[in-house]
Design a protein around this ligand. Structure first.
Ligand code: PLP
Length: 381
């Protein structure tokens, strides 16, 4: 089966028990045993739930992995993966990762004795020089948030194999429709399903896909032991979203390219960050390893915070809000929103300036989007 078909048919669909074409929401905590020591395949919903299982099987197949796991949030998925490590272990990651991941690393896991080095992962030598005897994991974002940096998966996977490191890829921005990191040798894929996989901004959720049986067992154990799983209803919502992932991603990308090209021509715009633009430093890698460039466009306004404020007050189709990947277009200000927990000097060092705006380009008519940007940009001059 091909991607679009898997998105609609993977897992136990139609429901084997009833024939329901829409996956039933098994809203139950517990399952009655057939006999002492004998279940019907299910015992307690923290361990496994039939609605969750359909979602997990679907995501696993879309990513081309062994098994999938659904979590309460993207951060619950990440927190669970951190527990593959133990005190004293060292992790190498990117210096412009998602703000929540930055906080998890620097303010939570480091207090449990994990060590983190954050760097630009575009240079083999820089990464290899950061590897220490206690390094266990490389953690990367396939398209970084909010700068849309790309990563050469062949290069980082080669480093990870050579030094026997686990390699985790946050594939939230790219989605498996555009990039499948496990095909490159990545061990674990993590998602915030709150974004494109669900796609409707009506749920928070997370997912992990494993590449080996050993990791499958470990993650299943941790999910159950830590209780970080998603609820049946939330799983159902994400499943419903995934059914239209391919058509949504195609249109998100089409609109994003038009918006990026429009902004690139605008005199009030200092720079546009979108991997589909020839001017983006990650364009070559994105071209060679991705099937498309995604729906997020970041850009910097000439002139700093006041102008950004004016612009964000005046957009009408775009809404000023956290998150991305939904049908409705959103505009975010990383310095005061998604990346507010990242210290200012670190933000400035990596290029998350006060003038940076991140657009999640939605599925409205693209002319309404560019006209909205046009009128809001006019107010800033
Ligand atoms: C949103 C996001 C997360 C966190 O996911 P939640 O569902 O909000 O907990 C992690 N990684 C990336 C890249 C994200 O955009």
């Amino acid at each position: 089966m091909r991607f679009e078909t898997i998105a609609i048919h993977a897992g136990d669909r139609p429901d084997a028990t009833t024939g329901a074409i829409s996956v039933p929401i098994y809203q139950t905590a517990t399952f009655v045993f057939e006999d002492v020591g004998k279940t019907r395949g299910w015992d307690y919903s923290r361990t496994a739930n039939p609605t969750r299982k359909v979602l997990e099987d679907t995501i696993a197949r879309l990513e081309g992995g062994k098994a999938g796991f659904a979590f309460a949030t993207g951060m619950a998925a990440e927190t669970t993966l951190m527990h593959l490590l133990r005190t004293g272990d060292h992790v190498i990651s990117m210096d412009d990762i998602y703000g929540g991941t930055y906080t998890l690393f620097q303010s939570v896991m480091s207090t449990f004795g994990l060590e983190f080095t954050l760097l630009r992962m575009d240079d083999r030598q820089r990464i290899e020089e950061a590897i220490k005897p206690n390094t266990r994991m490389l953690w990367l974002e396939t398209l970084s948030n909010p700068l849309l940096n790309t990563i050469d998966l062949e290069m980082v996977v080669d480093i990870a194999k050579k030094h026997r490191l686990l390699i985790v890829a946050d594939n939230t921005f790219a989605t498996p429709y555009f990039l499948r990191p496990i095909e490159y040798g990545v061990d674990l894929v993590v998602h915030s399903t709150s974004k494109y996989l669900n796609g409707h901004c009506d749920v928070v959720g997370g997912a992990v896909v494993t590449a080996t049986d050993e990791l499958t067992q470990r993650v299943q154990f941790l999910l159950d032991a830590m209780g970080t799983c998603a609820s049946p209803f939330d799983c159902w919502l994400v499943l419903r979203g995934i059914e239209t992932l391919p058509v949504r991603m195609k249109q998100h990308e089409k609109n994003a390219i038009a918006v990026a090209r429009y902004l690139e021509e605008h005199p009030s715009v200092k720079r546009v960050l979108y991997p589909g633009l020839e001017s983006h430093r990650g364009h070559g890698i994105a071209r060679s390893q991705m099937k498309g460039f995604g729906g997020v466009v970041s850009f910097e306004l000439e002139g700093g915070f006041e102008r950004v404020n004016t612009f964000l007050r005046n957009v009408r189709v775009f809404s000023l809000a956290e998150s991305l990947g939904g049908l409705a277009s959103l505009a975010g200000h990383p310095a005061t929103m998604s990346h507010v927990s990242v210290p200012r000097d670190h933000r400035e060092k990596v290029g998350i300036s006060d003038g940076l705006i991140r657009l999640s380009v939605g599925l409205e008519n693209v002319d309404d989007l560019t006209e909205d940007l046009e009128q809001a940009l006019k107010t800033t001059v």
